[in-house]
Design a protein around this ligand. Structure first.
Ligand code: GLU
Length: 460
């Protein structure tokens, strides 16, 4: 059964970048009839907090991205230690004693000699006596994973056929988004999996979890492409086959700039505070990076029906924050009164919602128009004589949507005005705003008494 995971570190709030990874995983799971695991990668105890963890859960729940399974890496440390022992036992994890300064000096020398700054595996040549001496000096080992390098081949010179014929099982992979993917073998160092304070690094934790939970598809950002060979090889070394991988290109701003600078304003919490609907966020993010036109979907089920991982390409998707209110406007045109009633001002009923809806980018904007309907507002009167003439022509109630047309026709006849000269002063007098919902609906909701008072220049 398909199992995917979303694995944020609780070191910040969710934003459009990482939540898109969550959404794509979630949609994929639902579409495959599979399950979705929320895993908190909280081994970095200095930066991870309970508040951020709670915030992540809150943001996912708001978007409707419910999880079937939940795990915290901080509660699984024993498993990472066991896996490390297993790797030591088969000689794939070896102790190293270099200090950071020594390693940096070596890398500098390699760069100076125009060689890639790859770890030279000096520690593999240490004898037992060397190790004892280093430990007697007070050095504590960190542990590197011994990569299996493929025979050196110049992958960039090979055609697709030859590439496909290569045994890529240990090094490259067929990525569900990127196609055949080969990292640069000659620039990869044996990665450190266990630090000298014995804490495990992300790669080993992640692989052990993926294996233990039976994750079938790892769908994540392209920033993890460079880790994937290591993940594949740790999986194999632990005796498992590796999951499928799909790496999505990272979202950039409209100019192609990194989103990280503005990430706070693009957090899910701030979009929610800004009145953007969860399905607006979901609809936009599910389409980013695909060639499909963005449509406002009113439910996740609808999105699942249209979702296809194969729609995602390798081009960098551009995220335009201004798209959100525009899409939100389109989305709320499908929201019924019942769906928004608890967010409308007390007293605003279905006719009010239907009259206002076409003009709203956000449901919360209804409050402002409710004040326009119920008052008090200070009317905008530029020509009092014209407004008084219009007031005297207001018909008797009851009113309906035909009232506006009949009344303005009468005003036009009496004053000789037409077009903008006729309608704009009436709108300014009745609503104090130059733009807004259709007056044929608003006039009925404002009612005769208030309409007359406003036309006569009174606050009402
Ligand atoms: N905690 C990692 C991150 O947030 C997870 C990456 C992965 O999906 O493997 O980048």
């Amino acid at each position: 059964m398909t199992l995917v995971r979303f694995a944020p570190s609780p070191t910040g709030r969710l934003h459009v970048g990482n939540v898109r990874t969550a959404l794509v995983n979630w949609l994929f799971a639902r579409q495959q009839g599979g399950r979705f695991l929320l895993r908190l990668d909280d081994t970095d105890t200095e930066r991870s907090t309970r508040e951020f963890a709670r915030g992540i859960e809150e943001d996912l729940a708001w978007l409707g991205l419910t999880w079937d399974l939940f795990a915290r890496q901080s509660e699984r440390k024993h498993r990472y230690a066991e896996a490390a022992d297993q790797l030591r036992a088969i000689g794939r994890l070896y102790p190293c004693y270099e200090t950071e300064e020594e390693l940096e000096a070596r890398r500098a020398a390699q760069r100076a000699a125009h060689r890639p700054p790859v770890y030279d595996r000096a520690a593999l040549r240490l004898q037992e006596a060397d190790r004892r001496r280093l430990e007697a000096e007070g050095r504590k080992p960190h542990w590197r994973f011994k990569l299996n390098y493929p025979e050196y081949v110049n992958l960039s010179d090979m055609g697709l056929k030859e590439l496909e014929a290569l045994d890529i099982s240990e090094f490259g992979w067929r990525d569900l988004v990127r196609g055949m993917t080969f990292p640069k073998a000659h620039s990869m160092s044996d990665p450190i999996l266990i630090r000298s304070d014995s804490s495990p690094v992300y790669s080993i934790c992640s692989v052990v979890d993926d294996v233990d939970f039976g994750v079938t598809h790892v769908i994540r950002g392209e920033d993890h492409v460079a880790n994937t060979t290591v993940h594949i090889q740790i999986c194999h070394a632990l005796g498992f086959s590796h999951p499928e991988f799909a790496h999505l290109p990272l979202i950039a701003g409209v100019e192609g700039e990194k989103l990280s600078k503005r990430i706070d304003s693009l957090s899910i919490a701030s979009l929610r505070d800004d009145g953007i609907e969860p399905m607006t966020v979901n609809s936009l993010l599910a389409h980013l990076g695909t060639s499909e036109a963005v449509e406002p979907y009113s439910s996740l089920d609808d999105l699942v029906g249209h979702f296809d991982l194969g729609h995602f390409g390798r081009a960098t998707p551009k995220f335009d924050p201004d798209e959100l209110p525009r899409l939100n406007h389109r989305l709320i045109q499908h929201l019924s009164f019942a769906e928004v009633a608890d967010r409308l001002p007390v007293g605003a009923d279905e006719p009010v919602w239907l009259a206002l809806r076409p003009n709203l980018a956000r449901v919360a904007e209804a409050a402002d128009w409710w004040t326009v309907i119920r008052g008090p507002i200070r009317p905008g009167i530029a020509d009092p004589l014209f407004a008084e003439a219009a007031a005297s022509l207001l018909p008797a109630e009851p009113w309906d949507e035909a009232t506006w047309g009949a009344w303005t026709k009468a005003v036009a006849q009496a004053t000789g005005r037409k077009g903008k000269d006729l309608y704009l002063p009436l709108r300014l007098a009745l609503t104090a705003r130059a733009h807004g919902p259709e007056l044929k609906s608003l006039l009925v909701l404002i009612g005769r008494a208030r309409a007359e008072a406003r036309l006569l220049g009174k606050e009402a």
